[in-house]
Write a protein that binds this ligand. Sequence first.
Ligand SMILES: *[C@@H]1O[C@H](CO)[C@@H](O)[C@H](O)[C@H]1NC(C)=O
Ligand SMILES: *[C@@H]1O[C@H](CO)[C@@H](O)[C@H](O)[C@H]1NC(C)=O
Length: 451
Amino acid sequence: MLKKTLTYFILFNLIQFLSLIEINCLTIPFKPTSRHLHAATYVDNKLYILSGLDDNVNEPLGAVGIGGKQFFYLDVSVPFSTSALVWNDLSKDNIVPSQIGATAVKGGANNDTIILYGGRNLTQVESKSLIYTFDTQTDSWNVPIISGESSIKRRSLTAIIDYQGKIYLFGGKLLGYDTYVNDMITLDTINLIWGEGSSINAPTARINYGATLLPNQNIIYIGGGDSLNQSLPLNEVYIYDTINDIWSVKNTLGSIPSNRYGLSVVLGLDGEQVIVFGGLGNQNTVISLGEALYTLNINTFEWSIPNVSGNIPNCRYMHKANVIGNYMVVTFGAGYNESESDVLLLDISNNNEFVWTTNFYPPPPTPAPAPAPPSTPSKNKSAVIGLSIGAILLATISIGTFFLYRRNKNRKVKVSTLHIPNGKLDNQSGQKTVETTNKVDNQEETTQVQP
Ligand SMILES: *[C@@H]1O[C@H](CO)[C@@H](O)[C@H](O)[C@H]1NC(C)=O
Ligand SMILES: *[C@@H]1O[C@H](CO)[C@@H](O)[C@H](O)[C@H]1NC(C)=O
């Protein structure tokens, strides 16, 4: 009798356990909340997204949302569609407090580490460090010790790394103050030493500008917002020569874009032009569809509106853009709703016609340096992996069945609560409008708002 009951009990729990595995593995893909003022870093076929201001948070001060602690990546070694993004969640080991307006680059001794600078804490827990690093080989965060004069914390700036692993940090806003700055800080990410660049002839103090490294190792700085709540003009752009530590100003020609901040700037694939997307105009005016995208020839400093086909997306601001393969990959930002994907792809491979597309195809892999290994070892390897997985599964089931006797109820509750916030967030973001996001901006980026 007892034996029979026990057998039923074990069988029952086994079925429950297997269905739990299925629920956990198959029906709860990670869906990050939409956000802006986040960090986006491309390292080794992965596009990593960290923190930012959760668009689902509508409350005044104090509300954080779950987005700030999220850290995840998109695998760009395989084709994907922006309508069915598969995000990989790394939030569990994230040691960086929720923050907005931080900036991140790929650097470090092995050129495979995310270096995160600045940002403003969104919770009472203040960032204990100005710099965090994420080693993409070991998936581990670290707070590095950096020598030299440590600078005052700032946010809402764009870090640019040169070919030698040195970061340039221009301008931004001092954390905890309403002070905008225009000095240049440097950080050697290989030897971990702070430094300073020239401020002579530097542009005026600004935040949320666009910037990118040019092939001649100059950095170009475009637009931004100033302390008088104005979006800055694009009729001049600023060049910082990283080799000689010298600033210069270039007057631009052609179809000069309207003033804007919260824009993105990337280098075109030909190395002859930069591509500018998005931003917000004066008094937080949303930029019209036809004026969101421009190119600037970096030899003549002439602006053009490129020929574009495909479905033109809403103009985003406070988004990020990275060049990956043939595409300018725009992530998150404000200014769009649920009808658009969190990721936009602009195929920039043909200068005569850029294409907004929803399908990403990775560049062909670089030829393998060594001949491919014989096929038998890999078969053995998969057999071993299969066996190991089988063994682990068996052990887990046995142990699991034993413990599930008590835990079953709790686990079921956990699974169902996992569903609830997801559903709720979807509803909220479904109602999200540009106005809502603007409202959030007003609270966080008060200096950029005209009352
Ligand atoms: C950020 O941290 C500081 C220091 O702990 C705290 O005073 C401040 O209120 C925090 N900011 C937010 C938005 O919680
Ligand atoms: C790091 O990789 C980038 C290409 O992604 C390269 O341009 C840069 O020179 C590399 N940095 C170092 C220090 O090797």
